[in-house]
Design a protein around this ligand. Structure first.
Ligand code: SF4
Ligand code: SF4
Length: 295
């Protein structure tokens, strides 16, 4: 290499940096902003109920037997004949999971014969004492809408509850590809019979299961030639800019509502309850509320 070549090779080191300057940002302001989780993500467990409200757990203790961390404690009891809790002979009278031990392997989910125990997508929870770490049946059982109970030390966001049991629905019976995409489970309170995750088969239903092709998730890391044509170049940048503007608008709207609520509380006026983490965001009314705030 000549002297001139040697001189310019110095700038070669900047090539990678410069290439990344034009790629979309992949970091988010966690924990204010969170990325959507994959439907098979193993999070905090829930105890499910049938569509008629009956509990699915029959107190068989298979989950406790299979748990490698020995963190489940179950006691079954005969169903009272006049007001049965589950459709079986027995029901789970005591159910506890010790989250100081759980390794979220989901073996309990696979062992359960009635799909009673499954996992939500929530992993953002922490405790300051042992009692909070041991979840009881009252905390694990879904509410009357079929949604997980939200505990004070958990950070639930919209969507964390949506694909509960995703891992179970991705696992075909006996691991046989012939059964992939076949529904082998009962309906759930509030959700009905959930759609199977088709995985690699042509029967996948991304809208119903929340699964996303890996390519879509990892797009910001890919080179232009690996990105679907419609998301490349200026067209892709414009779509991403629109998406980010929508997110910023939603963030500003939430801040405005918080400010209004704090102001009303200060003045002793009645305030609406803070929105549930599972609620849809309010319709985009920023034009009107901006004017109201300005006045
Ligand atoms: S996920 Fe694994 S470690 Fe946790 S309770 Fe279930 S079987 Fe036990
Ligand atoms: S959660 Fe399932 S495996 Fe565990 S005791 Fe209840 S029915 Fe049996």
């Amino acid at each position: 290499m000549g002297k001139v070549g040697q001189f310019f090779s110095f700038f070669g080191g900047f090539r990678l940096t410069l290439a990344h300057m034009t790629r979309p940002r992949v970091t988010v302001s966690y924990p204010d902003e969170k990325k959507a989780k994959q439907p098979r993500n193993h999070g905090r467990h829930v105890l499910n109920r049938y569509e008629d409200g009956m509990e699915k757990c029959i107190g068989c203790e298979l989950c406790a037997g299979v748990c490698p961390a020995d963190c489940i404690y179950v006691r079954g009891l005969d169903n009272p004949p006049d007001h049965p809790v589950s459709p079986g002979e027995r029901y789970g009278y005591v159910y506890e999971i010790n989250y100081l031990r759980c390794i979220h392997c989901d073996m309990c989910v696979e062992a359960c014969p009635t799909e009673a125990i499954t996992e939500s997508k929530l992993f953002e929870f922490s405790f300051t004492n042992r009692a909070d770490a041991i979840y009881t049946k009252a905390e694990l059982l879904v509410d009357d809408d079929g949604r997980p109970k939200t505990l004070p030390w958990e950070d639930w966001r919209k969507g964390d509850d949506l694909y509960t049991s995703g891992w179970m629905r991705a696992t075909s019976p006996s691991g046989s590809a012939a059964y992939e995409g076949e529904v082998q489970w009962s309906g759930e309170l509030g959700y009905g019979v959930r759609a199977p995750e088709g995985g690699q088969s042509g029967r996948r239903d991304d809208a119903a299961t929340g699964s996303k092709p890996l390519r879509q998730l990892l797009e910001p890391h890919l080179l232009d030639q690996d990105i679907p044509f419609e998301n490349r170049g200026m067209r892709g940048r414009a779509a991403r800019a629109r998406e980010s503007a929508d997110k910023n608008r939603a963030k500003m709207r939430a801040k405005r509502q918080d400010r209004k609520r704090a102001k009303a509380l200060k003045m002793g006026l009645p305030v609406d309850a803070p929105p549930s983490p599972f609620d849809d965001p309010a319709p985009d009314d920023e034009a009107g509320s901006d004017e109201a705030e300005a006045s």
